[in-house]
Design a protein around this ligand. Structure first.
Ligand SMILES: Nc1ncnc2c1ncn2[C@@H]1O[C@H](COP(=O)(O)OP(=O)(O)OP(=O)(O)O)[C@@H](O)[C@H]1O
Length: 366
């Protein structure tokens, strides 16, 4: 017998939360998925303080669910809305009695099961609906920020059509392969990294089709000597193509994070990416707004060049966690172009990435 959604929610009712109530009565469960006895869900706190107060709840919830008949595995992550300030809005609970807005699919695809990567505890895919919204920038900065917090972090640049991590992380050495099979990844800013860009000859055009892409991606995941990692951050290509499909179907992803700018057109594309993850049954762990607000370095005036708050609003509508907003800043681009992500230094943007990384660590996502 495999557990049903009702059985899971009912079992969770046994758990008294610090501060009173249950996960159900406080409407904290999001993105619950059940598949062949594997249970995954997100506990979404309304603030980092609430998440701190609930830090013991995740493990306790997992333990209760492991006791249900037919359960093969349980994975819960704890996340929180962005902290207060100009970008924050109070968390809005779904209307009482309504199920949480589930944004992950529940339909089996009949594909061979996703496989873990040896030694790697969690795999986070960073995705976007369209190019140029800063997905690669967010991936490298998040990887560096997580490493600064003591996590063992890998960064895989799977953006096969436009690999930008060698430039952003400041590496350009071709990785060694002592036995002609195992690929030795490179190290930069405390992160173990690998990019398809490092395997290509300069100006070699990557005009590959589906099967070749799949082979390259599998090689990067399976043949790279990643070592023991707490989290592997995967920088996906933009959109919804073969690489995303392969990764979601063949690899045990902890989940995906979708990056968008607040513009309507970017959000429209972000929705397509979210739909894809729903179809592929990959949990979406949250949304990040990049290029959110611009503060003039000369006069301190705050401008909303691409609009503002749209991603948080979208996350709220979809019942998905909003993980945070990164401002538009010349420093971000200059640092990325110079090969040292801004998160490796000090200042407000490094702090914003630090907060984002801390939220992921706290939630068991990294
Ligand atoms: N918060 C930001 N402030 C200023 N510039 C940024 C910010 N985020 C990204 N950029 C710049 O925007 C450009 C595009 O970013 P990036 O390459 O990360 O986007 P992408 O979504 O990965 O695009 P693609 O998938 O097409 O490679 C880069 O020059 C980068 O330095």
């Amino acid at each position: 017998m495999t557990p049903t959604r009702d059985m899971v929610l009912q079992a969770l009712e046994q758990l008294e939360l610090p501060g009173g109530g249950t996960l159900g009565s406080r409407d904290l469960v999001r993105a619950l998925s059940l598949e062949d006895g594997a249970i995954r869900f997100v506990i979404e706190a309304s603030s980092p303080d609430e998440a701190r107060a609930l830090s013991s709840v995740r493990a306790a919830a997992e333990q209760i669910l492991r006791g249900l008949p037919g359960v093969r595995s349980v994975s819960a992550v704890l996340t929180a809305h962005a902290p207060g300030g100009a970008q924050a809005r109070p968390a809005q609970a779904a209307p009482a009695g309504e199920p949480p807005a589930l944004k992950i699919g529940r339909h089996p695809t009949g594909q061979a099961g996703p496989q873990p990567v040896a030694g790697v505890k969690r795999i986070l895919a960073i995705a976007s609906g369209k190019g140029g919204v800063g997905k690669s920038t967010v991936s490298s900065n998040l990887a560096v920020a997580l490493a600064r917090q003591g996590r063992r972090v890998g960064l895989l640049d799977a953006d096969i059509y436009g690999p930008s991590q060698p430039r952003m992380m400041g590496v350009n050495k071709r990785p060694a392969s002592p036995d002609g099979k195992t690929i030795i990844p490179l190290q930069a800013h405390g992160v173990t990294m690998m990019s398809i860009g490092l395997m290509l000859k300069e100006d070699e055009a990557v005009i590959w089709r589906g099967p070749m892409l799949m082979g390259a991606l599998q090689q990067m995941l399976g043949q790279v000597a990643w070592g023991e990692l707490d989290v592997l951050v995967v920088d996906l290509p933009p959109g919804t193509g073969d690489v995303q499909l392969t990764l979601c179907q063949r690899t045990s992803l902890s989940g995906a994070i979708v990056v968008s700018t607040p513009q309507d057109v970017a959000l429209l594309d972000a929705r397509k990416a979210l739909k894809m993850f729903e179809t592929l049954k990959t949990p979406v762990l949250g949304l990040i707004e990049n290029m959110s607000t611009y503060i003039c370095p000369n006069c301190g005036h705050e401008a909303h060049i691409f609009g503002h708050g749209g991603v948080e609003e979208e996350a709220r509508k979809l019942g998905l966690p909003f993980l945070g907003a990164i401002p538009l800043s010349l420093d971000v681009r200059l640092a990325g172009d110079a090969g040292t992500p801004v998160a490796a230094g000090d200042g407000p943007i490094a702090d914003a990435y630090g907060a984002l990384a801390a939220r992921l660590v706290q939630g068991g996502m990294a």
